[in-house]
Ligand binder design. Structure first.
Ligand SMILES: NC(=O)c1ccc[n+]([C@@H]2O[C@H](COP(=O)([O-])OP(=O)(O)OC[C@H]3O[C@@H](n4cnc5c(N)ncnc54)[C@H](OP(=O)(O)O)[C@@H]3O)[C@@H](O)[C@H]2O)c1
Length: 394
């Protein structure tokens, strides 16, 4: 039995912060909730793989867990959870029946915790999947089915690859769903090039990268100037969300609609990806073109939306909901690292000990791109050179 350092969240810590802040989740101090702990790793089973975790990205579901702004998932999980469901690691040991992986290989985790009969996740690993242990840890034991090979020489740095295991499959699923739904209504023959819009965030930027790679007109509406500049650099039209006050009023949405009409020659957006809901949902729906599709798997700003069914019926707009990706979809998305997915990463690579501060800065929305945490002090030779490539913009 081996013991590793790992981050955990307890429901006592969540409750204490809730009491201190009077229930204002925006004021929660994440560094008081997410704490460095130890974890006894399970014995390696015949179908298991032991990983040395090299790097991970900060994911928003940890924010949801720490603030309990949607549900108090730590309480649901029995009072304690080990978060972290996106990581890149080195295989350091394999079980006797493992065939697909060898010691020394570099892999990414996926977080489809339990596929349904069609392969889609019923639950997410290290979030709502019972008994699942996350990967904000120095070592981990995972089932062979939970990891995929990464294309090491895809042109991305180790840090950029670490940005992708959760966000890229999500973007991949959102795009294939949105496009599939749109094509059910409008054939390529009738409309080959689509206007595609997404809003700020890691998933949003990867979504427009996919659409761009297939030749569509793409727009990224974000409040973050560094992010917009990075996306402009790769040919994605950026829209400043702050110029529309993050859609606080009806007039802001009206002004945003005018901007989108101007950008698209009056046609508006055929596909919109909205991971945030709240005011962003209203803005996205307002700029939907006829036969448009609005897709989301996020509810960062609100879990509940409302819309005028008559207006959407007349415009024939489809609002779709999805959740992460199938395991096959995760593998397909991983093949696109570097070819399509070129994530914008935050300028600081956080140390393992600084992970709580990284999560706090994610919560405060002060980062310039996807935040990455370096977990292993010593990197294996296979990724040593890949760890030297500087983040974009440096
Ligand atoms: N169900 C699933 O399968 C699934 C998968 C992945 C993610 N998600 C969820 O989807 C959401 C987004 O994920 P992500 O990975 O893209 O997150 P992320 O990289 O952390 O991005 C979140 C973005 O939200 C934007 N934002 C923050 N405060 C805002 C506000 N008040 N108004 C408008 N925009 C605001 C920021 O964009 P700008 O400042 O640039 O505008 C920020 O970059 C999260 O809630 C996450 O948990 C769900």
């Amino acid at each position: 039995m081996s013991i590793t350092r790992a981050y955990s969240i307890t429901s006592e810590a969540v409750a204490k912060e809730r009491e201190r802040t009077g229930g204002d989740t925006s004021q929660v101090d994440i560094t008081k909730v997410l704490t460095l702990d130890t974890l006894t790793l399970p014995e390696l089973g015949p179908n298991d793989v032991k990983l040395k975790i090299l790097a991970a990205s900060a994911e928003h579901n940890i924010d949801h867990a720490a603030t309990a702004d949607t549900i108090d998932i730590t309480k649901v999980r029995g009072g304690k959870m080990y978060p972290g469901n996106s990581a890149v690691g080195e295989v350091i040991e394999i079980g006797s029946l493992v065939k697909r992986f060898k010691v020394g290989e570099i892999v990414a985790t996926h977080c489809n915790g339990e596929p349904d009969q069609y392969g889609y996740p019923l639950r997410i690993w290290a979030y709502d999947q019972p008994d699942s242990i996350g990967w904000y840890s120095e070592e981990a034991v995972v089932g062979e089915w939970q990891i995929v090979h990464v294309p090491l020489h895809c042109g991305l740095s180790l840090w950029e690859m670490a940005a992708l295991p959760l966000r890229a499959p999500t973007a991949y699923h959102l795009w294939r769903r949105a496009l599939g739904i749109y094509r059910l209504k409008v054939s390529t023959e009738r409309r080959a090039v689509l206007n595609v819009l997404s809003f700020g965030g890691g998933v949003g930027e990867l979504f427009v990268m996919l659409a761009k790679s297939e030749g569509h007109n793409v727009y990224f509406c974000s409040g973050n100037p560094e992010r917009r500049a990075a996306l402009e650099e790769i040919g994605i039209t950026a829209i400043d969300q702050q110029a529309f006050n993050r859609f606080k009023s009806k007039d802001d949405i009206k002004a945003f609609s005018k901007k989108c009409k101007d950008l698209t020659g009056g046609e508006n957006m055929h596909v919109v990806c909205d991971m945030l809901r709240g005011p962003v949902f209203d803005a996205g729906l307002a700029v939907a073109a006829r036969q448009g599709v609005n897709v989301s798997s996020g509810w960062q700003l609100s879990q509940v939306v409302s819309y005028n069914s008559t207006v959407q019926s007349v415009k024939q707009v489809t609002i779709d909901h999805m959740h992460y990706e199938t395991i096959e979809g995760c593998q397909a998305a991983t093949e696109l690292y570097g070819r399509v997915f070129k994530p914008t990463i935050h300028k600081e690579i956080y140390s393992f000990e600084d992970l709580p501060r990284c999560m706090q800065e994610l919560h405060d929305n002060t980062q310039t791109g996807i935040p990455i945490i370096r977990i292993a002090k010593e990197l294996p030779p296979a990724v040593k050179t890949l760890s030297m490539a500087p983040p974009k913009g440096f």
